[in-house]
Design a protein around this ligand. Structure first.
Ligand code: GDP
Ligand code: IMO
Ligand code: MG
Length: 422
């Protein structure tokens, strides 16, 4: 029986969707524990490509039950669109998808306020999906939850109370026109009719499943460096993508987690603003973006690209408790003559002992690099570790040694089949 948390180890988009799809063959339940439709998890099976935002990537395996925990913020419109998309491709969600009573709902004003906040000068570069404003309301104890959909009176009174405040804010602070409360109430009553059948007591369900010996894979969204506590604050998301979030985001206690699995891209990317020590603003960075097709799965924005940062990964391993990892997108490095790996940071003439996650200090560090020879061979068809070029093996053992984790999956292309299991 295994209860595994799968986490993004860098700034998101490490290839979590692909690896969840691979691993979920051996799990009975896949559960999301934080974030919302800001995530974009890509899975390629044969010539079909799926991008999932809210529904766990395990939905593409017929025998897997998928769960959305209380830590996730749910945009009902995005959820219903995703269900429809999946059903259109022959993946049935009814009876296989369950949503926690306690998950918070993204409301139209969350998305509007998110985009209005981003129109100013101090931009985070959010996905515009209403994530931050929804979590603000959750912790301000004003949020509207899935459970509220079940009682019309409560739903209506909560929406009215929120709208009174939000309309005031929209008018006075943002000089924006007010939203129509009756339209929103009507829209959410319609959502309720379609969503009711998916609602479940998730903590009870998951804990009973564990007791019955079932295996659970927690699918993290975003990545450790976007964590609101441990990430490059304030350039972070508003949830807890790190492994601890799996407990608070589902109701499964820490004593039941059996392992933490990290997803690690063979280089580094970031979307949105914030410090990025190994970022490449030259031809190498352009090549990583081009060869890795590094464009956001949710917003289509070009991703910022840079060399692998082992110093960052050591920090990520520490705060997540990562033991084993999947290295993804290794094929993208195949054309480089030389590949650099950051092994430490220098700040004010001194080598840092620990990772400075605060944005100001991190923006001032100079990366210390080790240069390794490239392999200059296409590896996307390789399926056995022994068949990899010696330089590729050396690159893998160098990063695994530097970061202190064991590699158990190597991904050499976006497709399910382009995977080496160790
Ligand atoms: P996630 O958010 O962590 O699930 O990652 P995304 O789906 O946002 O981004 C990863 C992108 O890389 C997707 O387009 C995947 O199809 C693709 N991908 C995943 N693994 C590999 C790989 O090993 N090689 C290549 N070339 N592409 C990959
Ligand atoms: P997956 O799960 C990469 C980034 C945004 C922005 C910051 C805050 O696909 O890896 P938000 O909309 O969450 O308030 O934006 O976080 N961000 C992601 N970057 N992958 C993601 O998800 C992301 N989700 C949010 O670009 O910098
Ligand atoms: Mg993504």
């Amino acid at each position: 029986m295994s209860v595994t948390v799968l986490v993004g180890s860098q700034w998101g988009d490490e290839g979590k969707g692909k690896v969840v799809d691979i691993l979920s063959e051996n799990y009975e339940i896949v559960a999301r524990y934080q974030g919302g439709a800001n995530a974009g998890h890509t899975i390629e099976i044969g010539d079909k490509k799926f991008i999932l935002h809210l529904i766990p990537s395990g939905i593409l395996r017929e025998n897997v039950i998928c769960v959305i925990g209380n830590g996730v913020v749910i945009d009902p419109k995005a959820l219903l669109e995703e269900i429809e998309f999946l059903e259109g491709h022959g993946f049935n969600c009814e009876g296989r998808l369950f949503i926690s009573h306690n998950a918070h709902l993204i409301m139209p004003y969350h998305k509007l306020i998110d985009s209005l906040n981003e129109s100013g000068e101090k931009k985070i570069g959010t996905t515009g999906r209403g994530i931050g404003p929804c979590y603000i309301d959750k912790f301000a104890r004003k949020g509207i939850r899935i459970v509220d959909l079940l009682n019309r009176e409560i739903l209506e009174s909560k929406i009215r109370a929120n709208l009174e405040e939000k309309n005031n804010l929209l008018k006075k602070v943002y000089q924006h026109e007010e939203l129509n409360v009756d339209e929103i109430i009507e829209e959410y009553i319609e959502f309720d009719k379609k969503i009711d059948k998916y609602i479940k007591d998730v903590p009870q369900y998951l804990n009973e499943a564990i007791q019955d010996g079932k295996s659970i894979l927690f699918e993290g969204a975003q990545g450790a460096l976007l964590d609101a506590d441990f990430g490059t604050y304030p350039f972070v998301t508003s949830s807890s993508p790190t492994s601890g979030g799996a407990c608070t985001g589902t109701g499964v206690p820490p004593t039941k987690i059996t392992s933490v699995f990290g997803i690690v891209k063979a280089y580094t990317t970031r979307v949105g603003n914030g410090p990025f020590p190994t970022e490449l603003l030259d031809e190498d960075g352009e090549n990583l973006r081009r060869w890795g097709a590094e464009f956001g799965a949710t917003t289509g924005r070009p991703r910022r690209c840079g060399w692998f940062d082992a110093f960052l990964l050591k920090y990520s391993r520490l705060i997540n408790g990562i033991e084993r990892v999947a290295i993804t997108k290794l094929d993208v490095l195949s054309n480089f003559d030389e590949i650099k790996v950051c092994i430490g940071y220098e700040l004010n003439g001194k080598n840092l002992k620990s990772f400075p996650s605060d944005a100001d200090r991190l923006s001032k560090v100079t990366p210390i690099y080790e240069t390794l020879p490239g392999w200059k061979t296409d590896i996307s068809h390789v399926r056995h570790y022994d068949d990899l070029p010696v330089e590729t093996k050396d690159y893998l053992s160098f990063i695994s040694q530097q970061c202190g984790f064991e590699i158990s999956i190597i991904s050499v292309g976006p497709k399910r089949s382009q995977t080496i299991l160790l």
